[in-house]
Structures are given as structure tokens and as C-alpha cells.
Design a protein around this ligand. Structure first.
Ligand code: GTP
Ligand code: MG
Ligand code: ZN
Length: 396
């Protein structure tokens, strides 16, 4: 059983503290009209009192395969995720603002999901190119790294691309600052790969910079945590909660890797502050069509590329290339440019894969349509010939 959930239920904050605002009110009113809850109220079943007319407003605090936990400003609701999928094409994600209908037979059902203001997503693991949403509607993303391990600049850059691409503002949070002699030096190294981003080094043991981190989570605002397992994401949540909300885990001494202690994505209200979305650590974070994120994470390259003579410049051998000029005068670090090219190539490869998958799906549809036509045509002919034709097309 998840350590956090039981405690969370008692902490359900009011709607405003959950980040619900006037814009969401307007969305909810329009959605209620569209869903026809007014008609339901007028159907004379005697249930149409003021409270029942309205769908319940809330925010998704946890989503698993089986159920979703929804904070409503009152009691937390438990809705079956199966029903949620039934009423909407969108798969709900932790942090989503939702409307819930309370059907006496089916129990709570997610009736509508508000358009996401920000969406932290990565490429889902597996062969099929598709996105996986890690957190919805976060205002900031903490890009996290544990200082008990060597600073991994490439991973930081990749995380920053993903964080920027969400539409939220990234903040680099280096944890376990008590394990290094000179945290300020590591902060400087991280800053070099995180232009225009705040970098903090925090320790839950010494308490260093905890206030600065807390300052990023004012009431009504939400922060999503992004980083590998065992770096102290849940420990930080507990430190900011002045108590034990999230379960924390040991780190294997041999390789300093975490053990994936947190297994769900949880929206956690901090006392007198905003909300944090804690999640299982992600070691490998694949990009998902993160073109915008790539631009924002490498602003010096984006700026230089705008001065290239050709708008479709590859920055390889073209004349008057602004990027190679900036590289030559030292405004762009060679290591950064190399990584930028690699990340861009990853996105280009993904486009190819998407095209191939779309093409395959299309030809499958076409084959199925042909099968159907053949079947109709040959239904006037013998049964044997029809089954042979189908067999040939199906084989792949
Ligand atoms: N020295 C030191 N250790 C810390 C600090 N913060 C967390 N730890 C330790 O790091 C280990 C992992 O902490 P967790 O909070 O479970 O890490 P997590 O990132 O939530 O891990 P997952 O849930 O597996 O993704 C625990 O043993 C913590 O005690 C810190 O500031 N300093
Ligand atoms: Mg954790
Ligand atoms: Zn160029």
C-alpha cells in the first residue's frame, strides 16, 4: 500500500489551494452546459437540488490502472479509472483539473478533463512511438540531480529540454548538498548547462536552501519533480511538509541507485504552501516531439541559428552559418552544440518512426477495407475462394 495516500486524504485542501481559478470556473460552466447536467436536474427525479445540479470540481491527485484519487476541496473521491477512460478519450494524468459526476450506480466518474495548461511528458518506453504524460498543470518543474553522484551534464540538458517543453518553468534542484565539500562549485557547473534557469543546491540534513526551494511553491501553485530514483525527491517533499508524507527508500551502496520507492504519481499539498507532484524516478527520459523544449534549453544556439543565411541551415557546411560563427567566437560551447545535434537527431528519427507507424496503420486499414470489399463481392461466389483471398491478405 502506498505510504502517502492515507495521509493525503486528510489533507485535501480547498479548491483555490488546489490551483482552481476563475478560468477553470468558466471552463466548468461551459462543460456542464455541454454535458447537459441542467437537463438531468430538470428530469423530475426529485434529486435535482442545487448541489446535485453541479458536477463535482476537483483535481486528480493519483492515477493508477485501477482507480483515480480526486481532491475536491472536501472529501477525496475515488473514481474507477476504467470508467474515466470510458467517458473520455483522454487518459487522465496526475494534476488534471476535472469534473466528476457522482452516479449512484457507477460511483464517481470523471466526466471531463480541463485542457492542460502545461503537460510534462516523455516518450513512453517501448517500441511504439507514443507519449506518456508525467504530470499535468504544473507551474514549475524541478529538474533534480543527487550530488552524491557525479554531475551528469547530458542528463541535465535532456531533463531541461523535457521540462521546458512542458510549458512550465524549470528549476534545477541539486539534492544531497551535504555530501559535497563545495556545493557552490557544482552549482556553477550546472548553471553552465542551464541558461536562464534558477539552480539550487539543497540538503534535508543541513537544511541548506530548503527555504529557497519552498519559495518556489507558494499557495495555489504546483511543482512537478523530475529525476532518477534515489535522489531524494520524496525526502524533499517530506522536509517541506514538516512531516512524513511520502515513503522514502535506501539507496544501494554499490552503485548509488535508488530502488524505485515511490510507485505512483502523487499530487501532494504542502501545509501553507502549494502542491508538489512526486513520482517514481525516471532514469531514461526519452524526448517526445520536444522541439520547443530544445529551443528553450539551448537559447544560445537558438539565437545564433536565427542569424543563419538559410532558414533550413543544418549548421554543417552552409555559407554564412550563424551557429558555426558563434562556435568559432566561443559563444557556443562545442560540447553543447554536439549534444544539441544529437537531441535534434533523436526528434528527427521519431518523426520517421511516426510516419512509418502511420503508414503501416494506413495500409492495414486499406487491407481491411479491401478484405471487406472482396467479401461482399465474393459472397455471390463460392465460400472456398473467399476464405483463400482473406487468408492471403491477412498474412503479414
Ligand atoms: N545525505 C543526504 N541524503 C539524502 C538527502 N535527501 C534524501 N537522502 C537520502 O536519499 C535516499 C533516497 O531518498 P528518496 O526520497 O526515497 O528518493 P526518491 O528520489 O524519492 O526515490 P524514488 O522514489 O525511488 O524515485 C534516502 O536514503 C534518503 O535518506 C539529503 O539531503 N542528504
Ligand atoms: Mg520517491
Ligand atoms: Zn547555420
Amino acid at each position: 500500500m502506498n505510504g502517502g495516500l492515507d495521509d493525503l486524504a486528510q489533507l485535501t485542501p480547498d479548491l483555490a489551494s488546489l490551483g482552481w481559478d476563475e478560468e477553470l470556473d468558466a471552463w466548468a460552466e461551459a462543460a456542464e452546459l455541454e454535458l447537459g447536467t441542467e437537463d438531468d436536474a430538470a428530469d423530475g427525479d426529485g434529486m435535482g437540488d442545487e448541489a446535485a445540479d453541479r458536477l463535482i470540481r476537483g483535481r486528480l491527485a493519483q492515477v493508477t490502472r485501477g482507480y483515480s484519487v480526486i481532491f475536491t476541496g472536501g472529501d477525496a473521491l475515488l473514481a474507477a479509472s476504467g470508467s474515466a477512460r470510458f467517458v473520455s478519450d483522454d487518459v487522465p494524468a496526475t494534476g488534471d483539473f476535472v469534473l466528476v459526476s457522482h452516479d449512484p450506480e457507477d460511483g464517481p466518474v470523471i466526466a471531463a478533463i480541463a485542457p492542460r495548461r502545461t503537460e510534462l511528458q516523455r516518450r513512453a518506453s517501448g517500441r511504439v512511438p507514443e507519449p506518456q504524460v508525467l504530470a499535468a498543470n504544473a507551474d514549475e518543474v524541478f529538474v533534480m540531480h543527487g550530488l552524491d553522484r557525479e554531475l551528469n551534464l547530458r542528463r541535465l540538458e535532456r531533463q531541461l529540454v523535457v521540462a521546458w517543453d512542458s510549458g512550465a518553468t524549470p528549476v534545477v534542484v541539486l539534492t544531497k548538498a551535504d555530501t559535497v565539500d563545495d556545493p557552490a562549485a557544482v552549482v556553477e557547473r550546472a548553471r553552465a548547462v542551464a541558461p536562464e534557469v534558477d539552480v539550487l543546491a539543497v540538503s534535508i540534513i543541513s537544511g541548506d536552501d530548503l527555504d529557497a526551494v519552498a519559495g518556489h511553491v507558494p499557495p495555489g501553485r504546483s511543482v512537478a519533480l523530475l529525476g532518477p530514483s534515489g535522489i531524494g525527491k520524496s525526502s524533499l517533499v517530506n522536509a517541506l511538509s514538516a512531516g512524513r508524507v511520502q515513503r522514502i527508500g535506501e539507496v544501494r551502496a554499490a552503485d548509488r541507485r535508488g530502488r524505485h520507492t515511490t510507485v505512483t504519481r502523487d499530487l501532494i499539498p504542502l501545509p501553507d504552501r502549494g502542491l508538489v507532484i512526486d513520482a517514481p524516478g525516471v532514469r531514461e527520459i526519452g524526448l517526445w516531439q520536444a522541439y520547443d523544449g530544445l529551443k528553450k534549453a539551448f537559447p544560445e544556439i537558438t539565437a545564433a541559428a536565427a542569424t543563419c543565411r538559410f532558414t533550413d541551415c543544418d549548421h554543417q557546411a552552409e555559407p554564412d552559418c550563424g551557429v558555426r560563427a558563434s562556435l568559432a567566437d566561443g559563444a557556443i560551447a562545442p560540447r553543447r552544440l554536439e549534444h544539441w545535434h544529437e537531441l535534434g537527431a533523436e526528434l528527427a528519427l521519431q518523426e520517421d518512426q511516426l510516419e512509418e507507424f502511420a503508414w503501416r496503420a494506413e495500409s492495414r486499414d486499406r487491407a481491411a477495407a479491401e478484405d471487406e470489399r472482396d467479401a461482399t463481392r465474393s459472397s455471390r461466389r463460392s465460400r472456398t475462394r473467399r476464405s483463400r483471398g482473406r487468408g492471403r491478405r491477412r498474412g503479414r
